[in-house]
Design a protein around this ligand. Structure first.
Ligand code: ADP
Ligand code: ZN
Length: 713
């Protein structure tokens, strides 16, 4: 088996033109029969690494996967592309399982997904021994490690695969990168000298933003308004938090549901199904949600609370944008979150050593949120991947902080803290500095202190940003044991009383809502953009209707990326449709006509309404031609010359459409003209060739002979 065959299978069954970096190397290694360990981020394209060998090699590939829901999704997605696959797990009835076994023994299946419990069970061994197995693929291989967060005891028994089937290559895949887990996987599976592939963990299409958690509900509402009709997950710390947030969002007119471990199983699956099928766009969930979800068009992940560590954060945001389209990760953080986690860890069951580790990881998480440094740089460096540029797609890069002499600002804050008797928390302090009329301020007569209203030059968020830095550099501290009141440290006193200077970072001022209109840069959407959006909306609606009919999730029918490409290039022929990423041969057969029908309808409507649909003009001519119009009639109808129409038809023929050329040029004439073409250079000049043959062949003959020549090259 070789990579050319692998690439052909990728195109035929998945509709992709090329492998991503590493995918082809990995597949080659599998072809060489060597064991392989693959570390790739979520959405990186791990599945292809074993699915292509499975399709191209003789026999069946056995895929071990810990999540029943995911198995079902993968098998459905494979079947939709015409790849014979099935799964065996506890959800199957005896009859269903027998059917799968029959198909297996008949050599009909290329992939078998199986739960680890099933695979290691005694009852499964006789069947396993009778199969011709091409490859073992261990998905979510980090489940083998008791160090990891998803430990699955059955995984530790998988060593028998290498013992019992020494000749069958094994590929282990995971999105967890750390060294300890890696070593565990290799040891426990008994891999001898495996090839290890570590992909970049960067997910450049996910935009990273971190914001202080004040008024986070309002902030979320704003954010959701900017992301209408998009799917996303909002992670909350507690069950109550999930429920409360979903309820509040619904009362604001958003469609949201909640999900956590205490929700009854039936309702949990319903929430999940509704999300996957684009019926409920927003899920407010604890981190229990997401593991078994393969939905490629999750457009945003919001963390309502600070995650416990960067590993968790990165895994959770990784659920966004698997289709490669731009997506958002928005994280809110606050001291309150930090404190509750600290308490949870300290009061937890773990050993002192484990607790320290957890606390240290929490600390790193908090620093990540607070430091005005490129987010991607911070997080990739944390995972041990050198990244020394600035990413340009995070809040810090987009809005880089300027440093300024923060002494005066710091003094105002420190003075206000002192004058209130160190009795105020962060939010109240900011309100005092900004001269708010808040009830607590009046009650405690804080409006009578000298620094009341002395900080109006900074907005609320700016003050929070400044105060968090003051905390960070040790000018103030928080009395966690006393209502989180702020205290001035000795270092702070030096700034306040001894005139010591401090430099602080200031975020560039945010644009205020009213200012937008004054800025001419905010370009109106162009006609082309509007047209594209209109078509995209129609294609999405069509996808939804078809998916409902078929009972499959919309994104498995075609991904968002595929629909966007269709809206961009408006394919109207089989050949053009196949050029779109994600259109496999099977999907072209199943859905090609429906989507081309919608596009054709759209183009014709627009043309009739007198709008110019660029790039589609030859399709319109061809469309009329296919409906039985003569070339002259088409020219008449469209107000163009017959020569132009012939040019359109030739182009369509060249691109692979079936047009009978016999009416314009005979095979013999075609041969003669094509025989002379090597004498000339692209782009061919009809006139020159016409003269070369002493005007023996008319332009149409030459034109079609050239089209035929190009088509066959
Ligand atoms: P992972 O299992 O690593 O999370 P997937 O295997 O689900 O990732 O792949 C993520 C997405 O990328 C899927 O939509 C998949 O079809 C797509 N994909 C994988 N390989 C390619 C490729 N070579 N070209 C284009 N898209 C790809
Ligand atoms: Zn950045």
């Amino acid at each position: 088996m070789n990579l050319t065959q692998a690439a052909a299978a990728l195109k035929k069954y998945f509709g992709y033109d090329q492998f991503r970096p590493l995918q082809s190397d990995i597949i080659q290694t599998v072809y060489n029969g060597r064991d392989t360990l693959v570390l790739m981020p979520t959405g990186g394209g791990k599945s292809v690494c074993f699915q292509i060998p499975a399709i191209t090699l003789d026999g069946v590939t056995v895929v071990v996967s810990p999540l029943i829901a995911l198995m079902k999704d993968q098998v459905e997605a494979l079947s939709a592309n015409g790849i014979p696959a099935a799964f065996i797990n506890s959800s199957l009835s005896t009859d269903q399982q027998r059917n799968v076994e029959t198909a297996l023994l008949a050599g009909y299946l290329k992939l078998l997904y199986v739960s680890p419990e099933k695979l290691v069970s005694q009852s499964f061994q006789p069947l396993l021994k009778r199969l011709k197995i091409s490859l073992f693929a261990i998905d979510e291989a980090h489940c083998i490690s008791s160090w990891g967060h998803d430990f699955r005891p059955e995984y530790t028994q998988l060593k028998f695969l290498k013992n019992q089937f020494p000749g069958v290559p094994l590929i282990a895949l995971t999105a967890t990168a750390d060294k300890l887990t890696r070593k565990d996987i290799i040891d426990q599976l008994g891999l001898a000298n495996p090839a290890v592939f570590i992909a970049s963990f960067d997910r450049p299409n996910i935009s990273l933003t971190v914001r202080p958690g004040q008024k986070r509900f309002e902030q979320i509402v704003e954010f959701l308004k900017e992301h209408p009709n998009q799917s996303g997950i909002i992670y909350c710390l507690s069950r109550k938090g999930c429920e409360g947030l979903a309820e509040k969002l619904n009362s604001k007119g958003f469609r949201a549901a909640h999900y956590h471990a205490e929700v009854p199983p039936a309702q949990r699956s319903k929430v999940q199904e509704d999300f996957i099928n684009d019926r409920t766009p927003i899920i407010c969930a604890t981190i229990a949600f997401g593991m078994g979800i393969d939905k490629s068009n999750v457009r945003f992940v919001v963390h309502y609370n600070l995650p416990r560590n960067l590993e968790g954060y990165y895994q959770e945001i990784g659920r966004a944008g698997r289709d490669g389209l731009n997506s958002d990760a928005l994280l809110f953080f606050s001291y309150a979150d930090l404190i509750s986690y600290r308490e949870m860890i300290e009061q937890g069951e773990a050993s002192a050593e484990q607790k320290d580790l957890k606390l240290a990881k929490l600390e790193r998480m908090y620093q990540f949120a607070e430091a005005p440094v490129c987010r991607r740089k911070t997080v990739l460096n944390y995972f041990g991947e050198p990244y020394d540029k600035s990413c340009g797609n995070c809040d810090v890069c987009k809005n880089p902080p300027q440093h300024f002499d923060g002494t005066t600002a710091a003094q105002k804050a420190l003075s206000a803290i002192t004058r209130t008797g160190q009795r105020v928390g962060m939010s109240l302090l900011v309100d005092i500095l900004r001269g708010s009329q808040r009830r607590e301020i009046m009650e405690h007569k804080y409006h009578e202190i000298k620094t009341y209203g002395a900080g109006k030059e900074h907005g609320y968020d700016e003050w929070l940003f400044l105060l968090s830095q003051m905390l960070h550099v040790g000018l103030i501290e928080i009395a966690y044991d006393d209502h989180n009141c702020l205290r001035v440290t000795d270092e702070g006193k030096r700034i306040l009383f001894e005139g010591k200077k401090v430099s602080l970072a200031m975020p560039q001022p945010k644009q205020k809502p009213g200012e937008k209109t004054a800025i001419p840069r905010v370009a109106e959407k162009s006609k082309t953009q509007l047209m594209r959006e209109e078509l995209l909306a129609r294609l999405m609606a069509l996808r939804r209707d078809l998916a409902v009919q078929q009972g499959i999730p919309p994104y498995t029918l075609f991904s968002d990326l595929t629909l966007q490409q269709m809206a961009d290039s408006r394919p109207l022929s089989d050949a053009e449709m196949l050029e779109i990423e994600g259109v496999s041969e099977r999907k072209l057969q199943l859905y090609g006509d429906a989507f081309m029908g919608a596009i054709r309808q759209f183009v014709l409507e627009k043309t009739q309404a007198g709008e110019r649909v660029t790039g589609s003009t030859h399709f319109i001519s061809y469309d009329l031609f296919k409906r039985g119009h003569l070339v002259e009639e088409i020219a008449e109808l469209r107000g163009i010359s017959t020569l132009t129409v012939m040019g359109h038809l030739a182009t369509m023929y060249e691109r692979g459409e079936l047009i009978d050329l016999g009416q314009w040029v005979s095979p013999e004439e075609c041969d003669i003209i094509q025989g002379a073409l090597p004498l000339f250079e692209e782009p061919y000049q009809l006139k020159v060739i016409h003269e070369h043959f002493g005007e023996r062949f008319n332009f149409d003959k030459i034109r079609f002979a050239i089209a035929d020549y190009r088509r066959n090259q």
